[in-house]
Design a protein. Structure first.
Length: 270
């Protein structure tokens, strides 16, 4: 059964593309027709592509890996932050920090600085500083929280990127491609889908459209997390009873992949 329906996507306005004069010819396979100078996206293909992307994201979540959501445009910020937070996934809704993926170690240092400031506040050292120093540190903490607070728990490179508007977030997409990280993206009729691993043809300018697509993939991620939780509970129960739990070939392969990724992740400097 599909995670979305033609009627749901139609009501959310997912089918509205850009003006014909702004289209990218590479999106031709996903365009149903032109009406009043505006391209209309084929929602049957969108439904299929959402299902395809959702299954992959579910598998990633079930294996314990992270998906980084990227959406810095005004219409998408609140929706993506809410949905990603609900499933415990990191997200970027402010300006994309250049080198966030390709220079991940430096980004982690900035996150650690935020933790250091929190430690100063908790152990009382902060109160012994001058008023000017406290103000400077407070402003620095606010800036770090705004830009990096949502990725504070991202200890290693994400296993996938989910992008709303691949044209606007081209720097994030380029970094992911360079590192071989799969990219899932909402791709409108004015964008190039060729470098996107999992294309979801959709209106990336309307809040309702973004909510419909992101909501569907986040529901799949939630299912993956729940299945992982159940498997862990079964495993713990089997261990308690003295029996070694049996793992499916799929689960074993996913676990091996996570271990390999951890080994290949850039080592953080102290």
């Amino acid at each position: 059964m599909s995670r979305t329906s033609f009627d749901q996507l139609l009501e959310a306005g997912v089918h509205f593309g850009h003006l014909k004069s702004k289209w990218n010819p590479a999106m031709a396979p996903y365009i149903f027709m032109e009406r009043n100078g505006i391209h209309i996206i084929d929602l049957n293909k969108t439904v299929a592509k959402i299902d395809e992307a959702a299954e992959q994201l579910k598998a990633i979540a079930k294996s314990g890996r992270k998906v980084l959501f990227v959406a810095t445009k005004k219409q998408a910020k609140e929706v993506v932050a809410e949905k990603a937070k609900a499933v415990g996934m990191p997200y970027v809704i402010e300006r994309w920090p250049g080198g966030m993926l390709t220079n991940f170690t430096t980004i982690r240092k900035a996150v650690k600085k935020m933790a250091t400031i929190d430690k100063l506040t908790n152990d009382g050292t902060y109160n012994n500083l001058s008023k000017r120093e406290r103000l400077q540190i407070s402003r620095q903490r606010e800036k770090l929280e705004k830009n990096l607070g949502s990725i504070a728990d991202l200890n290693r490179l994400p296993s996938a990127l989910f992008v709303v508007d691949v044209m606007k977030e081209h720097i994030a997409v380029a970094e992911a491609i360079r590192l071989g990280i799969p990219v899932f993206g909402m791709v409108d009729t004015n964008s190039n889908p060729r470098n996107i691993d999992f294309v979801i043809p959709a209106n990336d300018d309307a809040t309702k459209s973004i909510d419909a697509v992101v909501g569907a993939v986040c529901d799949a991620i939630a299912e993956g997390l729940e299945e992982r939780k159940v498997e862990k509970a079964d495993s713990d129960a089997a261990e308690a009873s003295g029996k070694a739990p049996r793992k499916s070939k799929k689960a074993a392969a996913a676990e091996a992949e996570v271990v390999a990724e951890e080994a290949a992740a850039p080592a953080e400097e102290a």
